[in-house]
Design a protein around this ligand. Structure first.
Ligand SMILES: C[S@@+](CC[C@H](N)C(=O)[O-])C[C@H]1O[C@@H](n2cnc3c(N)ncnc32)[C@H](O)[C@@H]1O
Length: 231
């Protein structure tokens, strides 16, 4: 079912295409997958990613775009945003529809990134992973770093959060949209991600703006949206 006007909260009956999309996503987020294997899977999936993850089925980009837009009520055209795990550019499409202009992409899969680049959505594109290794991006570069779908098994590790705080300016925000169940099911995040977020808040590195559970993030699977203001 790929209509994008299904009301949030409506009961959704899965069809064969939903099941196919879920099968593909289960492959890229499967237990024990390495970063390199995940990127390999995206290379294969890139040809039909947009069909499987169409807006009626995968609302992460729409949710992320709105979460960022709600924070920046004015001067959106002046804000500099990094789209982490940019994929084929769905989040940037949403950001543009809200009036953001200056968007860069960070995406380790060159096949996914190529598709995004063809759309002309991004200024700079970094074909890299977000992890504990420092990015070639100076401190305090962005007003916002956002990811939708970038968190999961074999995807962005907890250590990536520190790098995000480094490259986002004080007063800017970090917005993370992900499957809620991954907080418990992914070993990298279980009892680690939210405790890390809390300890960074206690250390005065950032302050929580909101933590919101969203129904139907992907088909009828629940998502979660974190927004933190960098201090
Ligand atoms: C489910 S896709 C989401 C793509 C896009 N944000 C969207 O919402 O359609 C997840 C993306 O995260 C990327 N990714 C995986 N590990 C990553 C990492 N460590 N750092 C940055 N991106 C990563 C993948 O290559 C993939 O393109």
């Amino acid at each position: 079912m790929c209509e994008d006007n299904i009301p949030v909260g409506a009961v959704h009956v899965w069809d064969e295409e939903d099941s196919e999309a879920e099968r593909e996503s289960r492959l890229v987020y499967r237990k024990g997958i390495t970063h390199a294997q995940a990127v390999e899977c995206y290379a294969t999936w890139s040809t039909k990613y947009e069909k499987d993850m169409c807006p009626g089925r995968y609302k992460g980009p729409m949710i992320a775009g709105k979460a960022v837009a709600d924070y920046f009520e004015s001067d959106r055209e002046k804000k500099k945003i990094l789209d982490i795990g940019a994929g084929t550019g769905f989040v940037a499409e949403q950001l543009k529809s809200h009036g953001f202009v200056h968007i860069d992409a960070l995406e380790p899969s060159s096949r996914m990134l190529l598709r995004a680049q063809k759309k002309g959505l991004y200024e700079e594109c970094y074909n890299e992973y977000l992890c504990q290794v420092p990015l070639a991006i100076p401190n305090d570069t962005y007003d916002c770093a956002v990811t939708s779908g970038g968190m999961g098994e074999g995807h962005i590790p907890c250590s990536g959060i520190l790098e995000l705080i480094r490259i986002v300016k004080p007063g800017g925000i970090i917005c993370i949209v992900m499957r809620e169940v991954y907080l418990r099911e992914v070993d990298e995040y279980k009892d680690r991600l939210e405790p890390l977020m809390d300890s960074l808040e206690k250390e005065g590195k950032w302050r929580k703006v909101s933590r919101v559970i969203v129904p139907n993030y992907f088909i009828d699977i629940t998502g979660i949206v974190f927004r933190y203001r960098v201090i």
